[in-house]
Write a protein that binds this ligand. Structure first.
Ligand code: RIB
Ligand code: CA
Length: 318
């Protein structure tokens, strides 16, 4: 099976760190053309440093990293350091990496790389706010549509929201960028909270991964343990009678889909983003009815197999 050409745009972030470790570890399955970083969970300098540090831990300094935009298109940055720690990697020591990012910025890298590759070959995984992606679409819309697919973590339908009662963080942080992305004509697979809340890093998962005793497994176990130690009132769960069994693995689901799409169920839909309301800023209206939606613009992941995600982590962190 030929490796999948992939660019990962992220805001590490503890769950982005798990997604990065999985992507770096699956080197025979994923041809990582580059990593691009955006502001999000913590500021751009920290998300970029964190991506470089994780790359170093995983021994993948063959993969270039390109820093993107430092703030959303038109909103003030909102960080999520209560979920990710002040440095963005929980309480993992954020020492300076031996190799930093390339000098070419993320959007220029995206445009150059997508334009020179054959059409419909590159997958773009996005696990943070969609700011870089929106700039790619605004600057080079036809280039963006050359992508095979955009697989993004963002939005919520049945699960409501996590940063507010009605919005998920990645969309809330830059709703205008999300609106541009969903209206781009690109082939989109959207992992909202409805899917990612089905995949939780339980204490048993943390122990199984830690037993691998590799640098990547130790990092991932630390990230999951940090998230599981968060105060219960921060833990995403929509069912008060069902206490969360562990923190949701939002971003690793995106990489797991690229490695094992059969572990997930998708449904065509139209996703529209609230950009004018204060109360429901960043809400994603996910419509499955063609008669109501008119034109579909994405595929919504409604079912996930958590055991499949764990087995991928155990395989590629070993
Ligand atoms: O809502 C979860 C998403 O927001 C994840 O990507 C997490 O890393 C944060 O960016
Ligand atoms: Ca993220």
């Amino acid at each position: 099976m030929n490796p999948i050409p992939l660019i990962l745009d992220c805001d590490p972030g503890v769950d982005d760190a798990v997604a990065l470790a999985l992507a770096f570890g699956a080197r025979e399955r994923l041809e990582l053309l580059g990593i691009t970083t955006t502001a999000g969970n913590v500021d751009l300098a920290k998300t970029t440093r964190n991506a470089c540090l994780i790359r170093q831990i995983m021994g993948r300094e063959d993969v270039p990293i390109h820093a993107g935009l430092a703030k959303p298109l038109s909103r003030d940055p909102i960080i999520a350091d209560d979920f990710h720690g002040p440095e963005g990697l929980g309480d993992y020591p954020a020492s300076p990496p031996s190799l930093g990012p390339q000098s070419t910025d993320a959007v220029s890298f995206l445009i150059q790389t997508i334009e020179t590759a054959p059409a419909n070959t590159i997958s773009l995984a996005v696990t943070g706010p969609l700011t870089n992606i929106a700039c790619l679409i605004q600057q080079a819309p036809a280039t963006a549509r050359r992508l095979r697919q955009i697989v993004l973590m963002g939005g919520a339908r049945r699960e409501g929201g996590n940063i507010t009662a009605s919005a998920e963080y990645n969309i809330y942080a830059d709703p205008e960028a999300a609106d541009i992305t969903f209206n781009s004509g690109c082939n989109i697979v959207a992992f909202g909270l409805d899917a990612t809340h089905q995949v939780r890093g339980t204490p048993a998962w943390v122990e199984a991964i830690a037993r691998l005793d590799t640098p990547g497994a130790k990092l991932v176990a630390e990230m999951l343990a940090f998230s599981n130690a968060l105060p219960a009132n921060l833990m995403d769960t929509s069912d008060p009678d069902q206490p969360a069994t562990g923190a949701p693995l939002h971003d690793p689901c995106v990489i797991a889909y690229l490695l094992a799409p059969e572990a997930f169920s998708l449904r065509p839909c139209r996703i529209e983003v609230e950009t004018t309301s204060t109360l429901t800023r960043g809400h994603t209206a996910v419509e499955f009815r063609k008669a109501v939606a008119g034109e579909f613009n994405a595929n919504w992941v409604w079912k996930a197999n958590p055991e499949a995600v764990l087995s991928l982590l155990l395989r590629y962190l070993a």
